[in-house]
Each structure stands twice: as C-alpha cells, then as structure tokens.
Design a protein around this ligand. Structure first.
Ligand code: ASP
Length: 453
C-alpha cells in the first residue's frame, strides 16, 4: 500500500528530532555556539530561530479558533447537556488526582535519595518571586468580561467558558439555529485541515527547534546538577510509563502500549515547543483521530488539561523543592511538604501551559512555604531542557485523562484506538486537495457571482 512506501509524518518528525539533537550537540560541543560566532548568528539565532519561531507561532494561531469551534460543536454533539457536567467533574478530579500523584512521587523519590544535600552551588542568576493569585481571582477570571479580549490574550479557561455557554445557547434556540450548527461543524473540520497543513512542515520545524535548544544548553551545568536532572527525568519517566499507564489500564481498560505508540509525535511536538498550549491542536488531533475519543469529550478535556493539568511540572516542583530545601539546609517537615503539594496543585489551575511557567509556579510555592526564592537560580540553567521533557509528560497526562473520561461516558471508539493506521498521515495526505472538488468549488463561486450580476 502507498503508506508503507511513503514515510509517515510521525517517522519524519522523529527523524527531525533525532537530527536536531545530533546537530545541536555538535554545535554545542564544538564550541560553535559561542556568542558572536558565525554559526551562532546565522544558523542558531538565524535560520533555526526563525523557522522554529514561525512554526510555534503558527501552532498558537490555530489554538483559539480550533478550541472555539471544536468545543461549541462538542457541546452541541454531546447528546444531552447534563452529560457535560459529568465530563467536567470527572476530568477536573482526574486532573487533580494525577497532578497530586505526580508531585507526591517527585517529593518522595527526591527526599528518599536526599538530593541537594551538601550541594554548594552558586546561583546562576537572580530570580524574582511572583505572588500566587488568590483562589478567588482564579475563579472570577474564568468569566470573560470581553470575549474578543479573552481570545486575543488566549485565555483558555475564559474561552472554554464562553464556548460552552454558546453551545448551550445554540441548543436552546433549537431548530432555527441549524445553519449555525452546520457552520460550526464545518469550521471545525476546516480548522482540523489547517492543523494538517502545519503538521506537514513539522519535521523541519522540530529539527530547528530542537537543534537551537540543544546548541544553547549549558552542558557543563548539566553535569554539575546531574543529581537533580537524573532524579527529575527518572520520576518523569516513572510517572509517564508507570502511574499514567496504570491509571489508563485500570480506569479505561485499554492497552497502554498502543497509547504510547500513538502519542509519540504529540510528545515530540510538546518536547520541541515546551508548550502544552501550543500543542493543543496536535493533542486534539491525536486524541480524536488516533485514540478514538469523541470530539464532544476531547474538545473540552484537551484545552482544559493544557491549562489546569501539568503532571510533569508538578513533578519538577516536588523534586526542586526537596533539592533546594536540602541545598539550603531547610527542614520542611511533613506539613511543609503537604503545603507544597496543595500549593502546586492550586498554582497549576490558574497558570497556562507555556514555556518556563513551571519556574514561576515554583516561586509562588516557595513564597508560601518560606523557602528562599533565590534558590531557584540554582536550577535555572538546566530548566530549558527539563521544561521540554516535562511538557511531553504534561500533554500525555491530558490525553490519558481524555481517554478515561471518554471511555466512562461511552464516547470512545475502540476500533479507532486499536487500529494502528487510524488518523496516521503522510506529508502528501496532510496537504492533499482533490482536483475535482477544487473545480467544483470554483464552479460554485462562479455561479454565485453570475447570479449576483
Ligand atoms: N512548559 C510547560 C507546559 O507548557 C509548563 C512548565 O512546566 O513550565 O506544559
């Protein structure tokens, strides 16, 4: 068959990632990444930067219209509005559960291994704390005063709120609103086609993003902080392959190996962009078209998860808290750690999944438990790489919960889930336009114009 001869996009994206790592390492280790060197100016900060930035911006461009249309059509398509509440409550508690398990694992492993004890490192640079927003303002902020403003700012919870309300209102208007239903449905399909276009260039963009990130990594810092880095990555992997897959198996009774296989390119997108938010279009595509979750569930759980669910980030916060507390010789005690867990879970609700936000959340937690915020400077230098890894774990958590909620709501298609070919793309398929349809649509436009004149 055609697909077996032509490489799938997933394979290409993985190759892009591999080549990106090799190129980045080569530039870094050969010293070509020194500031002012030609390679740095024209390649790393030039070509790689431009290609990478254009790609991430293109993904971000898709997020708001995609969430809007898919969620409105999801609400209309759910069949019974009461289901909506159930989906929301289930997703919310599962997100809280996975985040709490994640941070607890981070703290337990790091504390057992005693990481950070006897570390005498200078802080890389200063870090200024940010106050955690009070829960009251997180709640008030769910409601947009101006939806255009919310969309312009990409405020996900506000967009979710508005879309749900709009979907319900369309249902209330009923039969008369049918043209709007059709418009939303078709617009959703069109946005998904746009996701495919962006996917077609992903292998090159992923290469550029990863090569740039790795070229700029302080590799000697990685060695200095090896304890922290290894423990953190270890717990991240434990959570991804252990906890999440166990939960998936127990709650959804599906084969985790298939899930992991199909999530690969979404994880690479998250890894290379360091942003769960920018990855929403790809996560949504994978969850609906490859994992068999109905759009009525996924259109809510995916953007909701990208905002409130950050398992990888929670793990980082747990491990970093222990590391810095030990490095500064501060005893946090059980209450201290419980406060850390509670604060991290709360902090994750109000903060969006964008690059580096984990450190800001950490500073909120530190101010609450009285740990020195300047301690964050210790880990700042290695955070770029760790942000990439934890974002991949964050999106995997969102997808896991989406499958579980869909399965429990009978909005899950096991045939799609179990079909290895479902939703898979090649570059040609991603940007395919059927010539006969092209002609037909041109005809339609012509007829319409003729009618007008
Ligand atoms: N970059 C992460 C995300 O987008 C958040 C963080 O840990 O900084 O999910």
């Amino acid at each position: 068959m055609k697909r077996t001869q032509k490489m799938t996009l997933t394979t290409k994206v993985l190759i892009g990632m591999g080549l990106g790592i090799v190129t980045g390492l080569a530039i870094n280790l050969s010293g070509l990444s020194q500031p002012g060197s030609l390679t740095q100016i024209y390649l790393v900060d030039g070509l790689f930067h431009i290609v990478g930035k254009m790609f991430v911006t293109a993904l971000k461009m898709l997020v708001v219209p995609l969430v809007l249309f898919s969620l409105i059509s999801g609400v209309i398509g759910i069949g019974d509005v009461r289901e909506l509440g159930k989906v929301g409550v289930k997703a919310f508690f599962l997100y809280l559960l996975t985040t709490a398990l994640a941070i607890a694992a981070g703290i337990t492993v790091a504390a057992t291994l005693g990481i950070g004890e006897g570390v005498h490192l200078s802080t890389q640079s200063s870090f200024t704390a940010k106050e955690a927003p009070p829960l009251s303002s997180v709640l008030i902020d769910i409601i947009p005063a101006n939806i255009i403003d919310a969309m312009a700012e990409g405020k996900m919870l506000q967009i979710i709120f508005f879309s749900i309300l709009l979907g319900i209102s369309i249902l209330m208007v009923g039969k008369k609103a049918e043209p709007v239903v059709k418009l939303v449905e078709i617009s959703n399909e069109i946005m998904m086609a746009m996701v495919n276009i962006i996917m077609a260039v992903a292998p090159y963009a992923v290469f550029a993003l990863i090569a740039k990130a790795i070229a700029g990594l302080g590799l000697n810092l990685l060695v200095d902080l090896a304890g922290y880095v290894v423990v953190l990555i270890g717990v991240l992997m434990l959570h991804l392959y252990g906890t999440l897959m166990l939960i998936l198996r127990l709650f959804a009774r599906v084969n985790p190996a298939i899930f992991l296989k199909k999530m690969k390119d979404t994880q690479v997108f998250a890894f290379s962009t360091s942003s769960s938010n920018a990855t929403i279009p790809v996560t949504l595509r994978t969850v609906t078209q490859r994992l068999g979750v109905d759009n009525s569930v996924a259109s809510f759980t995916v953007p909701f998860g990208a905002t409130i669910n950050m398992d990888g980030t929670a793990i980082m916060q747990g491990v970093a808290t222990v590391f810095i507390a030990n490095a500064y010789g501060v005893q946090l005690g059980l209450t201290g750690y419980l406060t850390v867990i509670l604060m991290s879970v709360l902090a994750s609700i109000g903060t969006a999944g964008v690059p580096g936000v984990g450190l800001i959340m950490l500073s909120m937690v530190f101010t609450q438990v009285g740990l020195p915020v300047e301690g964050i400077g210790l880990i700042l230098g290695v955070d770029r790489l760790l942000d990439m890894v934890r974002t991949a774990v964050n999106v995997s958590g969102d997808a896991t919960v989406s499958v579980i909620v869909a399965k429990s709501e009978r909005k899950f298609d096991p045939v799609i889930y179990n079909d290895p070919e479902a939703g898979i793309l090649t570059t040609e398929e991603a940007i395919h336009i059927d010539p006969s349809i092209e002609e037909e649509l041109a005809q339609t436009i012509e007829t319409l114009q003729e009618k007008k004149s």
